[in-house]
Write a new protein. Structure first.
Length: 441
């Protein structure tokens, strides 16, 4: 099923002389997006406002369920919870350094639309998720282009600006620390991280500054701590937007020394670490398996079970999997996808439908030791797109990213690939991935 506004947009795009197929050139020239080095889909995606906001409500409700899992399933025993998620002792010590507290609602849920409804792939409970820079800036730039603005007005199009929501969340987080002045926010990458992600985070910086934030991008090693207060180039920092990961800290010989002063400053109320490392207790994909596993159904209310069944594909952990589950995985290869617990961006993902049987069998066996999850495949609906060079309509498929902050739903964007060209849709996972803005009606 193709979205009805998509059909109208493509119909107008196919008219002789229509400016719509090349309208994304306006976005490419936008000053706020000039630092980003990726590529855009030649049209935005469209969704009914009521549908995406209802799914956002489901994501937020699921956030509350997931962050209650240690208490519900393990009696508050974080050691047992981490063991179930295959989080080793070193990582557990880092993640729970601040006591294992519940993180603020902040992240990006990833989902597919299967033609009937959205299906959740990952909850994305993390502050290091990307895309918030473009999610609001792309539709804003489109609406400043006269030909698109005219189409948008006729069809009642709008959007939720992710950048505005994130800027508000960060300003609110820093208010108690800044002592009446405007808070200073530093987005911090891991050691050496800006070599790969500078263009992404500098684009985000420009968007945040556009909303009045005193916002800076650096690496964790750039901080100093006079009097225990973090400073960046002599400037006091009130909020640290954490974009360094557990793996980056664990992988650096000085990682523990770099992050410990940040933890102490957060504990002393000198800075707000947004979000704390505890987010990684719940970003782990094995959390989805705990939700989906029928052995835990009695731990959820009837309404929560209905929510889980509605939005989440069948998901199981292969940690200590029994013979029945392993046999099912081997037999139903073309319906399943394997995902490592702690990675993101498509790293380590193995799609059964593109993998020879013997190779799949070996991957399933290895996943038992690694504690990966297996999930039922969701086939994303077709997103027909007019090729601006040929004028032909081509089928693409999209992974949607839904952002949320402590204030609730915070907008969306999407990544798209030519239909069935890649089993993983993501900028870091596949070179032909394109980014698309999202507008609602």
């Amino acid at each position: 099923m193709v979205d009805r506004v998509t059909e109208l947009y493509n119909k107008e795009s196919l008219l002789d002389g229509s400016p719509l197929p090349t309208i994304m050139t306006e976005v490419e020239r936008d000053p706020q997006l000039a630092n980003w080095t990726g590529s855009y889909l030649s049209r935005p995606l469209f969704v009914e406002r009521r549908e995406i906001e209802a799914f956002a409500d489901d994501v937020l409700a699921l956030f509350d369920v997931i962050t209650s899992l240690p208490e519900r399933l393990f009696g508050g025993d974080l050691d047992a919870y981490c063991a179930a998620l295959s989080i080793d002792e070193g990582r557990k010590k880092l993640i729970t350094r601040l006591g294992g507290t519940t993180p603020p609602r902040y992240g990006r849920a990833d989902m597919y639309h299967d033609g009937t409804s959205f299906k959740l792939l990952e909850t994305g409970i993390a502050s290091e998720v990307g895309g918030a820079d473009r999610a609001g800036a792309i539709p804003r730039a489109l609406l400043e282009a006269a030909p698109f603005a005219e189409f948008a007005e006729r069809h009642g199009l709008g959007y939720t600006h992710t950048g505005r929501a994130v800027a508000g969340a960060l300003a609110g987080a820093g208010a108690a620390v800044a002592g009446g002045r405007e808070p200073v926010v530093a987005l911090l990458e891991g050691p050496g991280g800006l070599a790969n992600y500078a263009s992404h985070w500098n684009t985000f910086r420009d968007v945040m500054r556009g909303f009045g934030l005193d916002f800076h991008v650096a690496e964790i090693g750039d901080l100093t701590f006079p009097g225990g207060k973090p400073h960046l180039s002599g400037r006091p920092v009130d909020v640290i937007l954490r974009c360094f990961t557990v793996e980056e800290i664990m992988g650096d010989p000085h990682g523990a020394d770099l992050v410990e002063p940040v933890f102490r400053a957060h504990e002393d109320g000198r800075v707000v670490l947004f979000t704390p490392m505890e987010s990684n207790l719940f970003a782990n994909k094995a959390c989805l398996a705990l939700l989906s596993d029928p052995r835990h159904h009695d731990s959820f209310t009837a309404a929560e079970r209905e929510l889980i069944d509605r939005v989440l594909p069948w998901t199981r952990s292969l940690k200590d999997a029994d013979a029945e589950l392993l046999a099912y995985c081997r037999t139903h290869r073309e319906e399943l996808i394997l995902k490592p617990n702690a990675f993101y961006g498509g790293v380590g993902v193995i799609a059964g439908w593109t993998t020879p049987q013997e190779e799949w069998n070996r991957a399933v066996t290895a996943a038992v030791a690694d504690g990966a999850i297996v999930q039922r495949r969701v086939v994303p609906r077709s997103e027909p797109v007019v090729n601006p060079r040929t004028g032909e309509v081509e089928d693409w498929q999209a992974a949607w990213g839904l952002f949320y902050t402590p204030g609730g739903y915070a907008g969306a964007y999407a990544r798209a690939v030519p239909a069935f060209e890649s089993p993983v849709i993501g900028v870091t996972a596949y070179k032909n991935t394109r980014t698309a803005g999202v507008l609602h009606y």
